[in-house]
Design a protein around this ligand. Sequence first.
Ligand code: CU
Length: 152
Amino acid sequence: MKVLKIASALGVLMLSGTAFGQACETTVLATDAMKYDTKHIAVPASCKAFTVTLKHTGRLAKSVMGHNWVLTQPDQAHAVASDGISAGLANNYLVADDKRVIAATKVIGSGEEASVTFDVDTLKSDQPYTFFCSYPGHISMMLGELEVVSAQ
Ligand SMILES: [Cu+2]
């Protein structure tokens, strides 16, 4: 009886260890200095879906220092951002149903947060993707890489 209890306790430990090893989400902070707190996001290939939560840690409103988090192919990021300018804040500075956008949060301001979840198996693991803010002018400073990585 005692042996059985120990065995099942070990089993629970091993299961939770596996779960803890795969963080299928991350939080990105964005500031009044027009910056994200990271330039690189690693997505475990074992995740089915991955969630990015963007938090605006600054004091400025979204009308003057709004931020979002947009994911595209590297060579499409700047075009998506510049095409999005005319879409305006009401459309989160993105053209409606832009097929080049893999994932995007809405534009947020001071103290707000927004999340987006996307499928991992539709992403390729042999190339980086680009994430950026599509608020006008922000892509010059708010730009980073997202990669799907296999567990070691
Ligand atoms: Cu921004």
